[in-house]
Every structure is written in structure tokens, then in C-alpha cells.
Design a protein around this ligand. Structure first.
Ligand code: ADP
Ligand code: ADP
Length: 226
């Protein structure tokens, strides 16, 4: 069944000159699927993610998540990890992770449990009381992922999460992402410019081309999934 559905999605940026950034795009992402989007810089990947998480309204067309149309905010059940390291340097790792639940109404004990679980899950136990500046780039991205995981998202959107990391750390984080996907059962959408990364991790790869950003190919990788 379709978890996320884009129907005739177009996104322009008002000019002059008008920028035709995205679409039209028709896309169904299956529940539990690991879907990657690749394409050159400027082809509309980030715009696609902004539209997918509900932060940006399509100029025309619609996006549905779990059957409901998105309206200008990130819906419950969707977690986003951005490209830039968005950890807050004045907060410890534990406080950063807890920040993900700042607007949640969960009981404090449940919040604390989720925070500790996410810290363990992302291998951050020994850094829980450190500040981001004391961590490597890879560890800081783990913090950003953990901050999203406390929300128990059913859809996780990641925009070039490993773009700033060296090749070795990148591979390691790819494995971590695969483990996260397997163990949470979430639907994952990964935006990357690295075709090898997309092919290695995903069930399906959408290849985008610019002017305006559209899918020019859609490839099932055929990885066996249990
Ligand atoms: P990518 O993430 O693939 O690099 P983007 O989605 O960031 O691509 O950008 C797609 C196109 O839209 C580019 O031509 C970019 O210059 C343009 N664009 C992105 N954001 C804006 C904006 N706020 N205003 C005008 N043009 C924009
Ligand atoms: P503020 O409400 O203080 O402006 P934002 O909404 O911009 O904060 O979010 C700050 C950070 O929290 C973002 O970088 C993002 O990673 C994370 N975040 C916000 N909403 C969600 C969400 N629904 N799921 C996962 N992460 C989120």
C-alpha cells in the first residue's frame, strides 16, 4: 500500500524570473520501502523533500501521507534529518536528543525512556554528556538522527545526511541507516547525490534531472528483503 503519494506535484519559485524547480511528479512510496532520490545539484531534490515533509506547499498538485493531505507543517509520524549538522552546540547530546520531544505531550518518564533508547540505538551512550563540538561530524549526524527517532517516525526523510562526511564514515553511516530502517520498520526516503550509496541501500532509486526537476528513471534494485 502507498504510504506517501504525490499527484501532479509542481513547485515553482516566484520570480522574476520564475524558477521551475520541481515537477510535475507522480510518485507512490510504499509503506516500509527504502526509497532514494539521486540527481545533480540543483535538480530539485531539496525542494522535493520540503514538499514531502509538508514544509513547502506545492504550486499545484497534492501530497498525501497515510491518506491525509499535507498542509504547511511536518505531520505527526514524519521525521526529518537535514543536510547541515543541526545539532545545538549549547546543549549536550542528551539534551539535543530530548529537544526532539519538546512539543510532545508524552509523560516525562516515557520521554526519558525514549531519549535513552535513541541514545543507545545510535551508539551515543559514552557521549551523552558531551557537547556537539566535542564530537566528530559522523557522531553529530547520529545525534540529529537520534533527535528524530524519539518521535518514533513512521516516515523518515533524510536530505544528504552524510554529505559532509569522509568516505569511510559515510559507508559506516550507510550501514547504520540500513539497520535503523530494518529495526524500526519505517519508510525511509534518502536524498543523495551518490548513486552508489543509493543503489547499495535502497529498494528503489528515483533518478532526477533538472529543468524542471523530474524523474527520468525509476530503478528497482532487487535487494532481497526478508
Ligand atoms: P537540489 O537539492 O537538487 O540541489 P533544489 O531543490 O535546492 O535542488 O533547487 C532546485 C532549483 O530551485 C534550483 O534551480 C534552485 O536554484 C531553485 N531554488 C531553490 N530554492 C529556491 C528559492 N527559495 N527561490 C528561488 N529558487 C530556488
Ligand atoms: P522551531 O520550532 O524551534 O523553529 P524547527 O521546527 O525548525 O524548530 O525544528 C528544529 C529541528 O527539529 C529541525 O532541525 C528538525 O531536525 C527537528 N524537527 C522538527 N520537527 C520535526 C519532526 N516532526 N520530526 C523530526 N524532526 C523534527
Amino acid at each position: 500500500p502507498s504510504h506517501v503519494t504525490l499527484s501532479g506535484v509542481v513547485r515553482n519559485y516566484e520570480g522574476p524570473p520564475v524558477v521551475y524547480a520541481l515537477g510535475p511528479i507522480d510518485l507512490e512510496i510504499r509503506r516500509g520501502e527504502f526509497f532514494s532520490v539521486v540527481g545533480p545539484s540543483g535538480c530539485g531534490k531539496s525542494t522535493l523533500l520540503d514538499v514531502l515533509c509538508g514544509l513547502v506547499r506545492p504550486t499545484s498538485g497534492s501530497v498525501h501521507f497515510e491518506g491525509k493531505e499535507l498542509h504547511g507543517q511536518v505531520p505527526e509520524g514524519v521525521g526529518v534529518v537535514f543536510q547541515e549538522d543541526s545539532s545545538m552546540r549549547w546543549l549536550t547530546v542528551r539534551q539535543n536528543v530530548a529537544f526532539g520531544l519538546r512539543t510532545s505531550n508524552l509523560p516525562e518518564t516515557e520521554k526519558a525512556e525514549r531519549v535513552e533508547h535513541a541514545i543507545r540505538f545510535m551508539g551515543l551512550v559514552q557521549f551523552a554528556d558531551h557537547y556537539p563540538a566535542q564530537l566528530s561530524g559522523g557522531m553529530r549526524q547520529r545525534v540529529c538522527i537520534a533527535r528524530t527517532l524519539v518521535l518514533r517516525p513512521r516516515l523518515i526523510l533524510l536530505d544528504e545526511p552524510f554529505g559532509a562526511l569522509d568516505q569511510q564514515t559515510r559507508l559506516l553511516m550507510g550501514d547504520e541507516l540500513l539497520r535503523l530502517w530494518r529495526e524500526t520498520g519505517a519508510t525511509v526516503l534518502l536524498i543523495t547525490h551518490a548513486l552508489d550509496e543509493a543503489a547499495m541501500l535502497s529498494d528503489r532509486v528515483g533518478v532526477m534531472s533538472a529543468r524542471p526537476g523530474c524523474f527520468i528513471d525509476m530503478v528497482e534494485t532487487g535487494w532481497p528483503r526478508e
